[in-house]
Design a protein around this ligand. Structure first.
Ligand SMILES: *Cc1c(COP(=O)(O)O)cnc(C)c1O
Length: 438
């Protein structure tokens, strides 16, 4: 047993909601040395997505209005903000916005960023190597039988609790790849059915996410024509997520929202293994540096990133090591061990991590639907209470003080990253909504 760096506080062990601020958080200039990626890498990912835009617009008509760019709305949610101030008996200084990745085209979750990006990059690499594609071509030509035939000679595998499987499965199958999605026991039935309908091979396990990933990895090791999408370690996935930052900057500019020393930006990101929130944090730090503060949100049953950062053990800790069961209705967040790559790289960039109980996720789901008519899946709500917890908790208030932010908090913008929901079938959503009543 390795000695943890910090003792794990009792509330975390006892499944109580916690707000933890990261003692290793440092200024951007120092923090950036821990990660072997740079702004140029994000730019290359963005350029690649732009090259694919004509193809995406062709095969997914819902993306035509954005010319094949998969991006989500950023919405002010004043009614939700007012309602929550009453419910939680806490006032947030500044404005609350919702980043609606729940409504991203193609797969309705944050995974439409990283997951789709990695599949496209792999397809491009194969087509370049075969001399079938040139960066200056119109990528619309990928939508032909010739290309589908070519890609059918290759396959893609991934392990997933559901949403990553949806993104990878839908995109890979559309290009013509053979695709295998290894699903954990907690994956929803409707996600498995949707994938099978699209010609994806779904392999089910009766254990959790880590096992599904292991099996996917093993399958790909035995087949040189198979690409394994590694949710825990992939820098491609990570960079696909990071592209969100420059696009968010454009959206903020469009709303005349400035981010600078006097106008801090706070972002609250639901976290599973860490790639999604990690990639976005990395991107945001490149753009806004010390003026953005990124907090991760996890279920009380699965605070894996919190434990990994707090103890310094990263992927070597499992929530079961402290007696938690990793059982939560927050799809995508039921992850027992965090990505060591993300935890180590972003040790100095993550401001903190807080936890949310499933009961609170359902309550927030209902309130968000009632006040803003926006329907999210339970995990996507984890970002919503962050701004309130920042002001409600002693740790949150200490963070504001420590960084000298008290005088400018009235100018703050708080973005809750709503990571999924639009693909949830109506009857499943109604059941979620009903659970938020009590
Ligand atoms: C996957 C997922 C997340 C978290 O992303 P990670 O990369 O696993 O940390 C958050 N919300 C939803 C809805 C997801 O599907």
């Amino acid at each position: 047993m390795i000695k943890p760096k910090y003792p794990v506080p009792a509330p975390v062990i006892n499944r109580k909601e916690t707000f933890w601020t990261n003692p290793e958080y440092s200024c951007f200039e120092t923090a950036k040395d821990r990660i072997p990626l740079s702004a140029e890498d994000i730019k290359a990912a963005e350029d690649r997505l732009n090259r694919f835009a004509p193809y995406i617009a062709r095969v997914f008509p819902e993306t035509r209005k954005t010319d094949g760019i998969i991006e989500s709305p950023l919405k002010p949610v004043p009614d939700l903000q007012a309602r929550l101030a009453g419910e939680l008996n806490a006032r947030v200084q500044g404005r609350l916005l919702l980043k609606c990745d729940s409504h991203l085209a193609i797969s309705g979750s944050i995974k439409a960023r990283g997951g789709i990006y990695e599949v496209l990059k792999h397809a491009e690499t194969l087509a370049f190597q075969a001399g079938l594609l040139d960066p200056d071509d119109n990528y619309g030509k990928l939508d032909t039988n010739e290309f589908r035939q070519f890609f059918s000679g290759y396959s893609i595998a991934v392990g997933s609790t559901g949403n990553l499987g949806l993104s990878i499965g839908i995109m890979s199958a559309r290009l013509g790849f053979r695709v295998f999605v290894h699903m954990s026991a907690d994956a929803r039935q409707w996600k498995k059915e949707m994938l099978r309908k699209k010609g994806v091979q779904v392999i089910e396990y009766d254990s959790d996410y880590s096992r599904a990933v292991e099996e996917g990895r093993r399958q790909a090791e035995q087949d040189p024509g198979m690409h394994f999408i590694d949710d825990e370690n992939s820098t491609d996935l990570f960079l696909g997520y990071a592209v969100a930052a420059s696009r968010l900057k454009q959206q903020l500019d469009g709303m005349s929202i400035t981010v600078d020393k006097d106008h801090p930006l706070f972002v609250y990101l639901p976290c599973g293994v860490g790639g999604g929130p990690g990639g976005i944090t990395f991107g945001l730090k490149q753009v806004f540096k010390d003026n953005v503060h990124c907090f991760f949100a996890e279920p009380t049953a699965s605070p894996c990133m919190l434990l990994g950062l707090m103890t310094g053990l990263h992927e070597r800790i499992n929530v079961r090591d402290i007696g938690l069961d990793n059982i939560t209705d927050a799809d995508g967040l039921a992850v027992p061990s965090p990505s060591g790559f993300v935890g180590r790289s972003l040790q100095g960039m993550i401001s903190g991590v807080y936890t949310v109980s499933d009961a609170r996720l359902y309550r927030l789901l209902r309130l968000t639907a009632d006040t803003e008519n926006i329907r999210l899946e339970p995990s996507a709500l984890a970002g919503v209470p962050g701004a309130f917890d920042l002001f409600r908790t002693e740790q949150g208030r200490a963070y504001i003080e420590q960084h000298g932010l008290a005088p400018v908090m009235a100018n703050a913008v708080h973005i809750a990253w709503a990571t999924g929901g639009s693909m949830v079938p109506a009857d499943v959503m109604d059941a979620y909504y009903a659970k938020g009543k009590s």
